[in-house]
Design a protein around this ligand. Structure first.
Ligand code: LRH
Ligand code: MN
Length: 433
């Protein structure tokens, strides 16, 4: 695929530059009058990067249907081309997170070299024991119908552990240093299985995977309350995830997928709790209205995302980070109606904007108002930051990263999707959800 070149970006930015500089000057001036250093915000956003999910550069679907949009990647190399195009316009998707066996490169060294050529690294690897794939089921000798790590069959558990260790070995060759373990394991009917025995089996399997981690690796346990299990899920909530991570080993941390919480869960408080235990590992950013909808980040509950970022900056402050703490950040979405890359662009810019808004909050002032129980003043500090138009600061951060002032416009202006359809065809369907 033709790459989105620096010249193409310069051309896309050219028409926007004078307005951008005027808006930037006005915003910097307005913030200075509020005693806020805009430079700290711009550099905080410019430093941030969120991994792109290899399983979401194609069109997603549901059990009711899937409507591919054409020009989808035919293999993992082409998925990297698409993530490189995404990163070219956002400057903030510098790594890709692979999902095995949807991505199972026979020549990982070649894929790693191709990634380096595109300026991309490999983030957390994702295992998959929620489907029966020949590669993960000991060539079909076992099934995950009744779970993987929680399964009463030792042969099934062994195959699942083996698959996770394969993901680690593949990731090591790609330069990744972490593994995300999301388990569909659970039950659909009361009495179908024993909660305690299922939990103990999962803990034991996670210990075996942890024992196989290279010294510089981490593993993440990702909780989810339901789907595909609809009565109980072994790793259903942050408490279960924390217990499992603690049981697995020192380098096991908890992963927060924003869509994996029951309605009205205070997710920012979950983040605060996990952070204080030292077991907060990372995020799958998305948004949802009802269930695990995997919608565009910040498109349904932007204020919740803002409150989550505030907790992350607090954690960053406590752990000595300049702004966002050093965790694993990735997007996890399913693109059923939008162009996948355009949706990932909007997800990434939503994250950039929300970090910038959260960086506007004077944390010392907030602490003082909190400790003097001045609830209205606290709300005022948050609302003022959330209601500030930070787009000139975020655009400037992208420009400093050599990316687009307006990523979606730039992506459309270079005609990437049309070129992809011409090269790959309109019928191809990418591997993934
Ligand atoms: C489960 C999940 C998990 C991935 C899958 C693609 O809902 O969030 O993170 O393995 O989506
Ligand atoms: Mn997820």
């Amino acid at each position: 695929m033709a790459k989105i070149t620096a010249d193409a970006l310069a051309a896309a930015n050219a028409a926007l530059t004078s307005n951008h500089e005027a808006d930037l000057e006005a915003t910097v001036g307005m913030l200075a009058r509020r005693g806020i250093d805009a430079e700290r915000v711009i550099s905080g956003v410019a430093a941030f990067s969120v991994a792109a999910p290899s399983w979401a550069v194609g069109t997603g679907g549901t059990r009711f249907g899937r409507f591919p949009g054409g020009g989808e990647p035919r293999d993992t190399f082409e998925k990297l081309d698409d993530v490189a195009a995404l990163n070219a316009v956002t400057g903030a998707n510098r790594t890709v997170s692979l999902h095995v066996p949807w991505d199972d490169p026979k020549d990982p060294e070649a894929l790693r070299a191709y990634g380096e050529e595109l300026g991309l690294g490999f983030d957390a690897m994702n295992s998959n024991t929620f489907q029966d794939n020949p590669q993960t089921t000991d060539e079909g000798r076992v099934t995950y119908k009744f779970g993987s790590f929680c399964n009463s069959s030792a042969a099934v558990r062994d195959a699942a552990v083996e698959h996770n260790l394969h993901c680690v070995e593949l990731g090591r060759k790609l330069g990744s240093t972490s593994l995300t373990v999301w388990l569909a394991d659970g039950t659909n009917h009361p009495g179908q299985a024993d909660f305690r025995r299922q939990f103990d089996r999962v803990a034991e399997c996670l210990q075996r995977v942890h024992a196989g981690l290279p010294d510089d690796w981490q593993m993440f346990t990702e909780h989810k309350p339901y789907e595909p299990a609809f009565y109980s899920t072994v790793n259903a909530d942050w408490g279960s995830s924390l217990l499992l991570a603690q049981a697995a080993g020192e380098r096991a941390k908890c992963f927060v997928d924003l869509g994996h919480h029951l309605p009205n869960t205070n997710i920012e408080q979950v983040v605060s709790r996990l952070a204080m235990t030292g077991r907060l590992g990372g995020f799958h950013f998305n948004d949802s209205k009802y269930g695990d909808d995997d919608l565009t980040v910040g498109s349904i509950k932007p204020y919740q995302l803002f409150l989550v970022m505030l907790e992350l900056l607090a954690h960053g402050e406590r752990t000595g980070a300049a702004s966002m703490p050093d965790l694993a950040y990735m997007i996890d979405e399913s693109h059923n109606v939008k162009d996948p890359l355009e949706d990932l662009i909007q997800a990434t810019t939503a994250i950039q904007h929300t970090i910038a808004q959260a960086l506007l909050v004077d944390r010392a002032e907030l602490t003082a108002r909190q400790d003097s129980n001045d609830a209205a003043a606290c709300a005022e500090l948050l609302h003022r930051a959330f209601r500030t138009d930070v787009s000139p600061l975020v655009a400037e951060a992208r420009r400093r990263n050599g990316a687009a002032l307006d990523p979606l416009a730039a992506f459309r202006s270079v005609g990437y999707r049309a070129a992809a359809i011409a090269e790959r065809g309109s019928e191809v369907v990418a591997s993934g959800l």
